[in-house]
Design a protein around this ligand. Structure first.
Ligand SMILES: NC(=O)c1ccc[n+]([C@@H]2O[C@H](COP(=O)([O-])OP(=O)(O)OC[C@H]3O[C@@H](n4cnc5c(N)ncnc54)[C@H](OP(=O)(O)O)[C@@H]3O)[C@@H](O)[C@H]2O)c1
Length: 310
């Protein structure tokens, strides 16, 4: 069997870049990687990381997930339009009080995180169904399972991703097409820098004083602590995603950070939804010490596990 063609979106940085390079450097040479990004002027970091694999097992193409023409042009440029594995990774973040975000910014977020996925699947699934083979791997998030304070819109976009994939997975299975949702917790990438930079500059005048204070004085410092205590590297997430891609029988869902599992498990443990909401409320507003102590324990576990993940 020849090398499998893998198309990865959002490869200018972070998880997409790390995964494209990991696949291209596969010792068994099982993959030809089409590493895409919306702005080719940002290709330098990927070119450097790809090293000798550049233009051998890894080629770089332009693809903007918000533009159907750009997706079609990229896919049409591939021999027989063949994509064996799609990795839908491109995504943007958004945090802050709802009152301070414009509806057009929210629509832009959905246009990338949700409709970007829809456009790519719409373009590639018919070919995969015809060939009766393929794997669609989607970078979701633990926030696609469990919502989080001040992440209302981002979590909603990842919930949409999860609902879309869950619905489609049964039809895909009928045509022998596999689907996998990868659900990382915090990962230290440009993503984090971008959302915090925007949060620092955010005009909070539309929010009442108490909400603005909760965001600035509680949410932002806690959130940074979490990233720096239990955040994974993009290479860790890429390695786990690589294993899912080479697996003969990949799961539908895969959480990359074991330390997050108790938080997402609460949701399934209580169908009334009270358990996770009460737990998050207490963790954030009532038990500062408990929160900090839990974080220290998680930090130790994270170090002991070496990679903080399965
Ligand atoms: N970092 C985390 O904590 C975390 C946790 C869970 C899930 N995730 C998910 O993981 C994925 C990758 O994020 P990351 O952490 O690696 O962040 P990142 O370093 O910011 O990478 C995001 C990538 O998506 C690209 N992108 C944004 N809009 C695009 C568009 N319209 N078309 C094509 N590419 C576009 C970015 O390109 P530009 O450079 O041009 O902006 C960049 O290459 C995202 O889906 C994110 O939601 C991240």
């Amino acid at each position: 069997m020849g090398a499998r063609k893998v198309l990865v979106t959002g490869c200018s940085s972070g998880i997409g870049l790390a995964l494209a390079v990991r696949l291209a450097k596969d010792e068994l040479r099982r993959f030809k990687v089409v590493a895409t990004m919306r702005d080719l002027d940002k290709r330098e970091a990927l070119e450097r990381a790809a090293g000798a694999t550049l233009n051998r097992s890894l080629e770089i193409r332009q693809l903007d997930a918000t533009c159907e023409d750009s997706i079609r042009e990229c896919v049409n440029s591939l021999s027989d339009r063949r994509v064996d594995v799609l990795v839908n990774n491109a995504g943007v973040g958004m945090i802050g009080p709802l009152e301070c975000q414009s509806v057009s910014a929210m629509q832009e977020l959905f246009n990338t995180n949700f409709f970007g996925l829809v456009r790519l699947v719409k373009e590639l699934l018919p070919d995969m169904k015809r060939r009766q083979s393929g794997h669609i791997v989607v970078m979701s998030s633990v926030l696609g399972i469990q919502g989080l304070l001040f992440n209302d819109l981002y979590a909603a976009s990842k919930f949409a991703v999860e609902g879309f994939c869950e619905s489609l997975a049964v039809q895909a299975m009928k045509f022998n097409v596999k689907m996998t949702l990868v659900e990382p917790g915090p990962v230290v990438t440009e993503f984090e820098n971008k959302v915090y930079e925007e949060a620092e500059k955010m005009d909070l005048s539309e929010a009442d004083e108490e909400t603005a204070q909760i965001f600035r004085q509680i949410y932002l410092p806690y959130s940074r602590k979490i990233f720096h205590s239990i955040g994974q590297t993009p290479e860790e997430v890429a390695e786990q995603t690589f294993k899912l891609i080479v697996s003969k029988n990949p799961p539908f869902r895969h959480q990359t950070n074991r330390l997050y599992m108790p938080l997402t498990a609460m949701k399934h443990a209580d169908p009334t939804g009270r358990l996770p909401i009460d737990a998050f409320y207490k963790m954030i507003f009532q038990h500062d010490r408990v929160f900090n102590a839990s974080l220290s324990i998680m930090r130790i576990l994270h170090r002991r596990m070496g990679q903080g993940a399965a």
